[in-house]
Design a binder for this molecule. Structure first.
Ligand code: HEC
Length: 129
């Protein structure tokens, strides 16, 4: 009986320890989250501009360019080797590039430019988040 209890205890400690190690590892690599939070910030600024109906062309361009360059960090930083994931990240880059090239000058153009970007964020999140 005592041996069984000790074995069980060992198992529980092992599980708890593993969970803790995973947490520490996640905390040690803040980059995946940092990349996403950065993109979320710029996407948020753009949707605030849309809501306020104040779509300054230079500001929109700045946020789009920041997202475009940040998105190039997704694949190396997440280290997820699945084709679906890397395809989604590639799709995001293509769409960001198109938006940067479109250089939206007003709110209507900005709304049209970020719609496909938001769709890509959402579709990857549905799968991987
Ligand atoms: C290729 C897949 C992929 C794409 C594309 C993607 N994300 Fe993410 N995102 C993730 C994953 C996976 C997580 C969960 C990360 C975690 O919890 O460590 C996440 C989490 C987030 C978070 C939450 C971060 C937190 O605080 O934990 C935000 C905000 C976010 N993404 C914003 C965006 C925005 C904005 C876009 C589009 C411009 C985008 N993401 C595109 C995969 C993606």
């Amino acid at each position: 009986m005592r041996v069984v209890l000790m074995l069980l205890l060992g198992l529980v400690i092992g599980v708890l320890g593993t969970a803790q190690v995973m947490n520490v590892l996640a905390a040690r690599n803040p980059m995946p989250k940092a990349v996403m939070v950065t993109m979320g910030y710029h996407m948020g600024e753009l949707s605030h501009a849309l809501k306020a109906r104040q779509c300054d062309a230079a500001k929109s361009q700045h946020h789009l360019e920041r997202m475009q360059s940040t998105a190039t960090d997704i694949v190396p930083v997440f280290g997820i080797d699945e084709k679906m994931f890397t395809d989604k990240a590639g799709e995001l880059q293509t769409r960001l590039q198109q938006a940067v090239q479109a250089a939206p000058a007003d709110c209507a153009a900005l709304a049209a430019a970020i719609k496909p970007i938001g769709d890509t964020c959402k579709s990857c999140h549905q799968q991987y988040r």
